[in-house]
Design a protein around this ligand. Structure first.
Ligand code: BGC
Length: 392
C-alpha cells in the first residue's frame, strides 16, 4: 500500500506540473478550471479480496472533477459501479453487478467485464488462418465459442497502475494471454485503459500486440440501466447509427448477409423505445429472444464516431457511445430471468440491463468478407470507445 501511495504522490506531482504547463499556454480561465479539476479528481485503491488461486484483487475508486464515480476491479478488468447524475442532480449507480468479488467469481454473465480474446461468438470454435486450422477453441455456448472461452479475459486478474491525466483519472490494466490459451495461437499482450474524464465520459482505450497471427476482438460488457435499477430497460429510447446489421442463425452465428434494417424492428436509425417492437413476430428477434445482434455502423475507416445514443425519459439520463470500431452488439438482457440477485439485494429481472458492446462482427475469422480481426506480429491493435453521460 505504501508503495502505491508513494506512486500516487509522484504521479500527482507529475500531473500537477503537466497541468501547470498546459495552463500557462491556455490563459487564466483554463488555469482556474484545471486547478479546480485537479483538486477534486481522486483515485483510491482498496483490496477487493482474492481469487481461489490466491491472487489479490484490487479495486480502483475513481472520482472526476464533476463528482462522477466509477469503481473498477482488476478481476476481469470489471467496472463494478458507475454513478452518474439524473436531471435533478441525483446520483445513481447505472450498471448491474455484485457487491463483492464472490458474486463475480461464482456466476456472472460478464457483468461490466472486458471480454476477450474474442468478444462474441466464433462458430463451432474453429477457424482457419494462413492455411492452418485452429479447431480447439473452448466450446462454451451450445456448439460455439463465446467471449473468449471458459476462462476468458473476464475471469483473469489483470495487472494495474493508476492513470492521472489533465482531464481525468483512471486505471491501466494489462494481461498476457499465453500461446494456446483457450485454443488461440500466439502470446497476446493486451492493455485496457479506463479513464473517467471531466467531460463525464468513461473512456476505454484498448491496445494489444501478438507474436503470432491471432484473432482479437476486445470489448466492454457493461449492463446499463439508466433508471438506476428502478425498472426494466424497455422504456429506454435507443438510436443506433447503423443502416445494416448482421442477421444470425439459431445459434446466434452470423449468416454472412448484411441486410438493411429499414422496415424491420431492427431499425433504430430513428430513436425508438427498446420495448416498442422487441416482441414482434420477427425471426431474428425470436432467435435472439429479443435484441442480441451486431449492427454495422455507418462509417468509413477507423475514425471515432457516434455509434449509439440512449435516453431514459424518467430520469433524463442520456448515454452516448462513440467508437473507432465498425460494429456494435446491442443485447437487451434477454437471458436475465430473475435468478440473479445483484447489488443491494436487487433481483435482476428479465431485460433489467442492456449492453452496447463495440466490436468487430461476430464470427469474423470465418467470414472473409467481414472486416478482418486478425492481428499480426509487428502490428498494433488499437481501438477506443467512449461512453458519455449527460441529461436532458
Ligand atoms: C451476447 C449474448 C450473451 C451475453 C452473455 C452478449 O454479448 O451477445 O448472446 O448471452 O453476451 O451474457
Amino acid at each position: 500500500m505504501d508503495r502505491i501511495k508513494a506512486q500516487f504522490l509522484g504521479l500527482a506531482v507529475v500531473a500537477a506540473v503537466a497541468s501547470m504547463v498546459l495552463c500557462s499556454c491556455h490563459g487564466t480561465q483554463s488555469a482556474v478550471a484545471t486547478k479546480e479539476a485537479k483538486q477534486k479528481m481522486d483515485i483510491q485503491v482498496e483490496s477487493f479480496g482474492s481469487t481461489p488461486e490466491g491472487r489479490q484483487v484490487r479495486l480502483y475508486r475513481l472520482t472526476n472533477a464533476k463528482g462522477l464515480k466509477a469503481a473498477i476491479m482488476t478481476y476481469g478488468a470489471t467496472v463494478i459501479s458507475l454513478e452518474v447524475p439524473d436531471r435533478a442532480g441525483k446520483m445513481d449507480d447505472i450498471v448491474l453487478g455484485y457487491d463483492n468479488l464472490d458474486g463475480y467469481l461464482k456466476n456472472s454473465p460478464y457483468f461490466g467485464a472486458i471480454v476477450g480474446r474474442y468478444g462474441n461468438r466464433i462458430g463451432k470454435g474453429r477457424f482457419t488462418l494462413d492455411g492452418v486450422e485452429y479447431d480447439k477453441l473452448a466450446i462454451n455456448n451450445g456448439e460455439n465459442h463465446l467471449h473468449g472461452g471458459l476462462k476468458g479475459f473476464d475471469k483473469v486478474v489483470w495487472d494495474d497502475e493508476p492513470v492521472w491525466r489533465p482531464n481525468g483519472v483512471g486505471v491501466k490494466l494489462s494481461y498476457l494471454s499465453e500461446d494456446g490459451e483457450e485454443g488461440y495461437p500466439g502470446n497476446l499482450q493486451s492493455t485496457v485503459t479506463y479513464v473517467l474524464t471531466n467531460d463525464n465520459e468513461l473512456r476505454i482505450e484498448y491496445e494489444a500486440t501478438a507474436d503470432k497471427a491471432t484473432p482479437v476482438n476486445l470489448t466492454h460488457h457493461g449492463y446499463f440501466n439508466l433508471t438506476g435499477g428502478a425498472r426494466d430497460i424497455l422504456g429506454h429510447v435507443l438510436a443506433l447509427n447503423a443502416d445494416k446489421f448482421t442477421p444470425v442463425d439459431k445459434g446466434l452465428i452470423p449468416t454472412g448477409e448484411l441486410p438493411a434494417v429499414k422496415g424491420t424492428p431492427m431499425d433504430f436509425t430513428k430513436a425508438a423505445a427498446i420495448g416498442a417492437r422487441i416482441d414482434d413476430d420477427y425471426e431474428q428477434l425470436r432467435f435472439g429472444g429479443g435484441y442480441d445482434h451486431n449492427w454495422i455502423l455507418n462509417k468509413d475507416g477507423k475514425e471515432l464516431t457516434v455509434a449509439a445514443k440512449v435516453y431514459e425519459p424518467t430520469t433524463g439520463r442520456v448515454m452516448e457511445v462513440r467508437t473507432t470500431e465498425p460494429g456494435i452488439q446491442f443485447y437487451s438482457g434477454n437471458f436475465l430471468d430473475g435468478t440473479i440477485t445483484g447489488k443491494e439485494n436487487q433481483v435482476y429481472q428479465h431485460r433489467w440491463g442492456f449492453c452496447l458492446e463495440t466490436q468487430h462482427y461476430p464470427d469474423s475469422p470465418n467470414k472473409p468478407h467481414f472486416p478482418s480481426t486478425i492481428l499480426r506480429p509487428g502490428q498494433k491493435y488499437e481501438t477506443t470507445t467512449i461512453y458519455r453521460f449527460s441529461t436532458k
